[in-house]
Design a protein around this ligand. Structure first.
Ligand SMILES: [Zn+2]
Length: 190
């Protein structure tokens, strides 16, 4: 991958625009870490920082940027798509992409920061439905359980989940092991 200096001299890594491209440190990483930065334009920055209403026409670029080789760009794309997921095209993209687990955890982590501003932030599943303690959910992607020595397959039913202090995470028991699950990869079972 190119250095950050090379990347910031190039087009916006989200939309391809060449106007006003600057490095953007993707939270919650430290800005000193170049891998934590994406080079994005002014328009994309206002979208990322939630300073202007989401512009679906502009953000169609996420269909490409979601597959960018830089994890920081994948994280920004994934988060924006999550904010857009009432739109079918955004939801389809989120369900078609297969990001690295470390990228997904990073992407889901932002919601921790949001949580400090809003202590009652709801825990939402992949469709934006609120989850409550005791709910049953299914996994929408395969989950490698490190330490458990097994992979929980997509579609696995997890009964009687518990909420955590972090609205991005719930806890559930799979194969007798209590596991922290990323709420965005769950679907509430009816
Ligand atoms: Zn842009």
């Amino acid at each position: 991958m190119n250095t950050l200096a090379e990347r910031r001299a190039g087009p916006c890594e989200l939309c391809g625009s060449t106007a006003g491209v600057a490095p953007f440190a993707v939270p919650p990483r430290r800005p000193a870490d170049p891998d934590a930065c994406a080079a994005i334009c002014d328009v994309c920055r206002t979208q990322v920082e939630n300073k202007s209403p989401l512009n679906q026409d502009h953000l169609r670029c996420l269909a490409e940027s979601l597959w960018h080789p830089a994890p920081a760009v994948q994280v920004l794309s994934w988060r924006l798509l999550n904010r857009l997921k009432s739109a079918p095209w955004a939801r389809d993209l989120l369900q078609s992409v297969d990001l690295d687990d470390s990228v997904l955890r990073w992407a889901a982590d932002e919601q921790v920061d949001d949580g400090t501003d809003d202590p009652v932030a709801p825990t939402l599943d992949s469709n934006g439905n609120p989850l409550a303690a005791g709910d049953s959910v299914t996994l929408i992607k395969d989950l490698v359980v490190k330490g458990g020595g097994f992979t929980a397959k997509r579609g696995t039913l997890v009964k009687n989940i518990a909420l955590t202090a972090n609205p991005a995470h719930v806890e559930g028991r799979i194969n007798g092991t209590v596991i922290v699950l990323v709420a965005a990869f769950l679907k509430k079972a009816t």
